[in-house]
Design a protein around this ligand. Structure first.
Ligand code: ZN
Length: 334
């Protein structure tokens, strides 16, 4: 199980954390595929299918504890969303066809069922690590959540899964300090909207600058570390910025739980952005997060899928991420 204080790993180490097998839960649900925003939409059911196919082929999935999600309750959602907003979303749900909510954010008849299962996976993940039923968790879920604000759906997101998880950890498990690390290529504006100025929740978010969602560009909140990257920035820049900006803030915050908004769309192959990360970077950032979790949080870490839209690249990024969570080395294979 997780290391305690004695298992200190150098803060700025770049050596991957390997050698210690971890119990990793993989939480998902078949009904997540029923959320379908229409042909050619990048946030498509195939994303989870492609991930599962890759993880089955490599044998990685069989090394995890596979768990089925359940739907999040109204109470859990209302900790981070306005009740009026949640009621309005239900009212917009079409009986058939597709209802447009915000640009490319669309509801089909099963969308909110899937969104509740996605938030429910994050809740179950928190319960599992807080009750020591797993060392860490990956939620293979969609729709993503980090753009959903307290009262607004946007950016393919309806319920802010990572925020629901953080509020649950605080309210139900009595945690006083949580950290959210968001390495999706888009800023986690919804998470900022919900937790800015909440000293219990440290938010570190890297993202492509001058880019979607164009929210919360200016502002200085003591619990938020915004790490804007320029188009074309690569692994070296990303890693240096994380080491200089995130790791010291995490050491000061001493989180009792790490939550990851794990977006894989900063990969160089991703069609939605222009950051030049490679798959090794997803292994690296996961290993750094685990180092922090082991030092301060008894290893507790829950990772929640956000973006990642290249159907060949996304599954490889998730595979790298899972190998780090499992405490295994990883090198890219075809
Ligand atoms: Zn994204």
């Amino acid at each position: 199980m997780a290391l305690g204080e004695a298992g200190v790993i150098a803060q700025t180490s770049t050596t991957p954390t390997t050698g210690e097998p971890m119990i990793t839960a993989y939480i998902t649900h078949p009904d997540l595929a029923r959320h379908d925003m229409g042909e050619h939409h990048p946030e498509a059911p195939m994303r989870l299918e492609a991930i599962r196919a890759r993880l089955m082929r490599s044998g990685t999935l069989l090394q995890t504890v596979q768990v089925e999600s359940g739907p999040a309750s109204d109470e859990a959602l209302e900790r981070v969303h306005d009740r009026d907003y949640l009621v309005d979303l239900e009212r917009r749900l079409p009986r058939q066809g597709i209802a447009i909510v915000d640009g490319d954010t669309r509801l089909c008849p099963d969308s909110l069922r899937a969104a509740r299962l996605a938030a429910g996976a994050a809740l179950k993940g928190v319960d599992m690590v807080c009750k020591a039923r797993a060392d860490n968790v990956f939620c293979a879920t969609r729709p993503p959540g980090h753009h959903a604000e307290r009262g607004r759906a946007m950016g393919f997101c309806f319920y802010n899964n990572v925020a629901v998880a953080a509020a649950h950890a605080i309210e139900q498990h009595g945690l006083e300090r949580v950290a959210i690390l968001d390495f999706d290529v888009h800023q986690g504006n919804g998470t900022l909207d919900i937790f800015r100025d909440d000293p219990r929740v440290l938010i570190c978010s890297s993202y492509q600058e001058a880019f979607y969602p164009w929210r919360y560009l200016d502002g200085d909140w003591p619990n938020v570390v915004n790490t804007p990257l320029a188009a074309g920035d690569d692994s070296a820049v990303f890693r240096r910025r994380v080491e200089q900006e995130w790791l010291p803030a995490l050491e000061r915050h001493r989180p009792q739980l790490l939550l990851l908004s794990s977006g894989f769309d900063a990969h160089r192959d991703d069609p939605l952005a222009e950051i030049e990360l490679c798959h090794d970077d997803f292994y690296w950032i996961t290993a750094r997060a685990l180092d922090v979790a082991k030092r301060h949080a008894d290893g507790r870490l829950v990772s929640i899928l956000e973006g990642g839209y290249h159907l060949k690249s996304l599954p490889v990024g998730v595979e790298a991420h899972l190998h780090a969570l499992l405490g295994q080395p990883w090198c890219e294979s075809p």
